[in-house]
Design a protein around this ligand. Structure first.
Ligand SMILES: Nc1ncnc2c1ncn2[C@@H]1O[C@H](COP(=O)(O)OP(=O)(O)OP(=O)(O)O)[C@@H](O)[C@H]1O
Length: 325
């Protein structure tokens, strides 16, 4: 049986010592199967970048071990680097005075892509990420989003079997961010395994098969994307606008709205429903009967909502300190 793309076992990482010591990762264990996309979520300082750096061989763990396709990140550094492509969010890594194409050629060579194959691969990658027209321009004239796409292109040229994407959409405007997501989504079909860290649930929602939540350096959830969405305990949010007396209770549903506002004689209520199905909506219809309803909007649960719910639960459970004593 082939080794998983990523196998992290009991990994810990401590920075500094004494009173300044920070535990960035504690006893982190998880796997990414080949071909899978794992989304790693967590708030600021949760340890996402530290984890990515360890897998990219840029940082050693202080305890435990991590393997990429069976190769230990500490002992088989070269093998891991050959198999892995890294894209950090923001603006790092390219030579501003060189063109996009020149940068790609240079880094592809460093990544060990054969000379003969480089030209065709660079052309294909530029096409894939929509940078053919800008390919001759110096990278310093590129927008942030274009640079990020150039990083992804490098990921394509070097043909890594594992791609580590750390906050790939950070700092991008919504159009560029969406473009980048589409590019990453296309990579799926090449069979590459991906570990994607993000603050943005949209990235995870669009791209991940599994979700790992890091909280203060520890894994607090490791589950499938569907299960993660279900863990919020509700399937959809219903928003109803209407006129007349404000409904404080929805008798047919046996519940109260989560939130009701009134402005200028028009009320808006929001309600979370546990199931996305005919029966729920029949009951909702009955509950709204007799009200002067202007509009009803039903939106499937978004990972933002789940994340907020899960994080609320977690912070209520354990107010653990980040700093070691
Ligand atoms: N080189 C370092 N020296 C000291 N502390 C560090 C170092 N790198 C990271 N840390 C600390 O380790 C913890 C985890 O940081 P990390 O950057 O991995 O979090 P993150 O989840 O990527 O956060 P963000 O979303 O803000 O980028 C933080 O408390 C951070 O301050």
């Amino acid at each position: 049986m082939s080794a998983p793309a990523v196998e992290v076992t009991g990994v810990g990482r401590v920075f500094g010592r004494g009173r300044d010591q920070v535990i960035a990762l504690r006893d982190v264990t998880f796997q990414v199967a080949e071909g899978q996309i794992l989304g790693v979520l967590g708030s600021n300082g949760a340890g996402k970048t530290t984890l990515t750096k360890i897998l990219a061989t840029l940082l050693d763990p202080t305890s435990g071990n991590a393997r990429v396709f069976g190769h230990d990140v500490r002992r088989d550094l070269r093998a891991v680097r050959r198999l892995t492509g890294v894209v950090f969010g923001g603006d790092r890594g390219f030579y501003g005075a060189l063109s996009g194409r020149e940068n790609l050629r240079y880094f592809a060579m460093l990544a060990g892509v054969g000379r003969r194959a480089i030209r065709a691969k660079v052309d294909d990658a530029l096409t894939d990420v929509g940078l053919v027209e800008a390919a001759r321009r110096p990278v310093e004239t590129y927008s942030k989003g274009m640079r990020q796409r150039l990083h992804i292109a490098l990921g394509l040229v070097a043909e890594p079997r594992l791609l580590l994407l750390d906050e790939p959409t950070v700092g991008l405007d919504p159009v560029e961010a969406e473009r980048l997501r589409t590019t990453v989504a296309r990579l799926r079909s090449t069979g590459v395994s991906i570990l994607l860290t993000s603050h943005y649930l949209l990235d995870i929602e669009r791209l991940s098969d599994r979700v790992l939540i890091l909280s203060r350096g520890a894994v607090t959830m490791d589950t499938t994307a569907e299960e993660f969405a279900r863990s919020a305990g509700f399937a959809a949010t219903v928003t109803v606008r209407g006129r007349g007396p404000v409904p404080r209770h929805l008798d047919a549903l046996g519940t109260v709205p989560d939130d009701v506002e009134e402005q200028g004689g028009v009320w808006t209520l929001r309600l979370r429903v546990p199931e996305w199905g005919g029966e729920t909506f029949d009951r909702l219809g009955a509950a709204l009967a007799g009200l002067d309803v202007l509009a009803v909007d039903v939106a499937p649960v978004r990972l933002e909502d789940v994340y907020a719910t899960v994080m609320d639960r977690l912070s209520a459970d354990e107010p653990a300190p980040t700093r070691a004593r």
